[in-house]
Design a binder for this molecule. Structure first.
Ligand SMILES: [Zn+2]
Length: 298
């Protein structure tokens, strides 16, 4: 974990997950809190060694790798927590993620791990679209839904902390099928990123870049490719296929070998999000045939 400085006020701890940091008039603000206590301990150690303050933390979205360390920050250091409304509800009742991944039923034990269910944390305040003020920090909250339900990007001092609205090139290649809950929102958020003027941006997973347009366009292209290959697969079976069948064929097509239930459910959410987008465009429909949920081309 390395502390990188972008402007007088803006920094980030970089590594597997970006943890933003801003300092102004003797107050410190963290953006996201990493996966767990140990990530936060490293951050605190570094801030202490540099004599830098920490007072507030904003969580961009309720995925465990971004909020899992918040509980420790709040309990041990009394840091004030902020998040967008819907994401706040999930962080306060984090079993909601394994629940939604498991079709709404009470999840099997295997899904109740720190990667899918971060530690619950009480959020003190909500951040809203547009200008927000926390202590000496004035910043703009930009709605960037699609990867999660109400993910927020933060524009502070002309630096954009973009959360998981886009992935760095290497991450994009690694994920093959990135996690999304809504493909149309994901694409709209990516288009929005192309029109934000800033001195530079950093995603939740990837490097800081002054000009993100190339990387964002790579993300757009990837989602369009993923959607097109899925549509081609659906069209190939005029009588329709079950989601399970589509899943197997689609994962095979992208040479993905899934090793556990959680990972498969994450992929299924993305595939469902693409299918839903195609359904909105009236290219396919969901229906029940012979007691099976079938996806059929139109
Ligand atoms: Zn995420």
């Amino acid at each position: 974990m390395e502390l990188q400085q972008f402007t007088e006020h803006c920094f980030a701890f970089t590594g597997a997950v970006t943890i933003g940091y801003c300092v102004k008039r003797g107050k410190g603000l963290l953006i996201d809190s990493g996966l767990d206590d140990s990530a936060m301990k490293k951050v605190i150690r570094k801030l202490e060694s540099e004599k830098m303050p920490l007072d507030y933390c904003i969580i961009t979205h309720a995925h465990a790798d971004h909020f899992g360390g918040a509980h420790y920050l709040k309990k041990k250091w009394g840091i004030e927590m902020f998040a967008p409304k819907l994401e706040k509800s999930i962080m306060e009742s984090p079993i909601l993620e394994p629940i939604y991944l498991f079709n709404g039923a009470v999840p099997i034990k295997e899904l109740r791990n720190k990667f899918l269910e971060g530690q619950a944390v009480e959020i003190d305040g909500e951040i809203v679209t547009g200008e927000n003020k926390i202590g000496p920090f004035t910043f703009e909250v930009i709605d960037l839904p699609g990867h999660s339900y109400s993910q927020a990007g933060l524009l502070i001092d002309d630096i954009l902390y973009a959360a998981d609205s886009y992935f760095g090139s290497a991450m994009l290649k690694k994920h093959v099928i990135p996690f999304i809950v809504d493909a149309d929102q994901t694409l709209r958020s990516l288009e929005k990123l192309l029109h934000i003027s800033c001195k530079g941006a950093i995603p939740g997973h990837g490097h800081f870049e002054e000009d993100i347009s190339y990387t964002v366009k790579e993300n757009i292209e990837l989602h369009n490719d993923r959607m097109n290959s899925l549509l081609a697969m659906v069209i190939d079976s005029p009588n329709g296929q079950t989601i399970d069948h589509i899943m197997r064929e689609y994962l095979d097509l992208h040479m993905i070998t899934v090793s556990n239930v959680g990972q498969w459910l994450l992929y299924r959410t993305s595939v469902t999000a693409y299918l839903t987008s195609l359904e909105r465009k009236k290219l396919l429909s969901f229906l029940i045939e012979g007691n099976e949920l079938i996806v059929k081309p139109l």
